[in-house]
Design a protein around this ligand. Structure first.
Ligand SMILES: [Zn+2]
Ligand SMILES: [Zn+2]
Length: 372
């Protein structure tokens, strides 16, 4: 992934659009009526009637995640709403509130719309901070309309507050990619000084995982391929880079990258290939953990029972994060410790972005300017 446009981190020059809190003109949406598209850009009336707990967010930037492509294609074993406005990395400002929403956010707050749009906050999952697992959770850009629109109706209780020091375009990819890898690192339950291998380290999830890991005091072994990704991973703080295409034995090389040769304490698999999962089970050290994050379509994790017991390894799935995880991920980014590499395009280019994603042409993260 080539480093692309990044904004200043410490002194966010606020976008003038953040000051425009009046709801004027039309809503601009990227919408599709049936699975597989086409996705069309349309002007429609703004939904100004808000129900209890809802907030109207003027979206300024939104990231594009592979999940958005899956929702458009309909190739997941879950049904989404139709017609659908996708998007779940929306960054903007609150412009109106429904009744009761003001206990969570105020008009003018800089906020993020993330994958979990709302949850009941009262089930055993929500009460223990496992909001993504709430049976009543709604997902932005999937079961409810998301952030590929200028004025998005969302739920105030799950909006994330974006710190002032973080520009909105920088914040957008943190809302899904950033919080996802941040949470995955938490699930690994490492302590500072321990090693984490990150397959897919040079990609959209991986390059953020490196930075959150380094910020937490973990030592990173980056796994990816090519000189550009090596340079990127090392510049972000990875101590070792292992090229999976040129390595003669990936498992041996990763084990050898740790001082005692037993391998890393954890692998956070941000890659979406099945091989990355199988190899990780072989190179994590005894008592190590594989955290599954990348989503290969229709793939199993095959773990030999004998060696799972004998080596006492753990395999855990990690699925986005809760409200607090999202807040922490944003605040760490605002502190300057995590910086997203992305390319900015316009909302009107979303159909092309989907085509390029399908043909594997998208290298880094894409952030869309809603007004372009
Ligand atoms: Zn996502
Ligand atoms: Zn719940």
């Amino acid at each position: 992934m080539a480093p692309a446009a990044t904004s200043s981190r410490s002194h966010a020059a606020q976008d003038p659009r953040e000051q425009q809190l009046d709801v004027s003109g039309q809503n601009r949406v990227a919408i599709f009526d049936k699975q597989g598209g086409p996705v069309s850009i349309k002007d429609v009336p703004v939904q100004k009637q808000l129900k209890r707990g809802e907030a109207l967010v003027r979206v300024i930037y939104t990231g594009v995640c592979h999940t958005d492509l899956h929702a458009m294609l309909g190739d997941w074993p879950l049904d989404n709403k139709l017609p659908l406005v996708g998007g779940h990395e929306g960054a903007g400002v609150v412009v109106a509130l429904g009744e009761g929403a003001d206990q969570f956010v105020k008009v003018g707050d800089r906020v993020g719309i993330k994958w979990i749009a709302t949850s009941c906050l009262n089930c055993s999952f929500c009460r223990t901070g496992a909001e993504p697992n709430c049976p009543h959770a709604q997902c932005s850009g999937f079961s409810v309309d998301g952030s590929f629109q200028k004025y998005a109706v969302s739920y105030a209780n799950h909006l994330s507050i974006i710190p002032d020091a973080l520009p909105l375009d920088q914040a957008a990819p943190i809302l899904c990619a950033g919080v996802t890898v941040y949470k995955a690192l938490k699930e690994a339950q490492l302590i500072p000084g321990q090693y984490v291998a990150i397959p897919g380290a040079g990609g959209g999830l991986g390059h953020l995982a490196i930075q959150y890991a380094v910020a937490a005091g973990y030592r990173v072994i980056a796994i990816d391929t090519g000189a550009d990704k090596k340079q990127l991973c090392e510049s972000l703080g990875a101590e070792k880079f292992i090229d999976f295409k040129t390595s003669k034995s990936l498992v041996d090389d990763i084990k050898a990258a740790t001082p005692d040769g037993f391998g890393p304490q954890a692998a956070v698999v941000a890659a979406s290939g099945a091989a990355a999962y199988e190899q990780a089970l072989d190179y994590i050290r005894p008592r190590g953990v594989l955290v599954a994050v990348g989503l290969p379509g229709n793939t199993d994790i095959r773990a030999n029972v004998f060696f799972t017991v004998f080596r006492s390894v753990r395999v855990v799935g990690s699925y986005v994060g809760n409200r607090q995880d999202a807040q922490e991920a944003l605040e760490i980014a605002a502190s300057g410790k995590v910086r997203t590499h992305f390319k900015t395009l316009g909302l009107s280019q979303l159909p092309q972005v989907y085509d390029d994603m399908q043909s594997g042409k998208i290298a880094g993260r894409i952030v869309l300017d809603i007004d372009q």
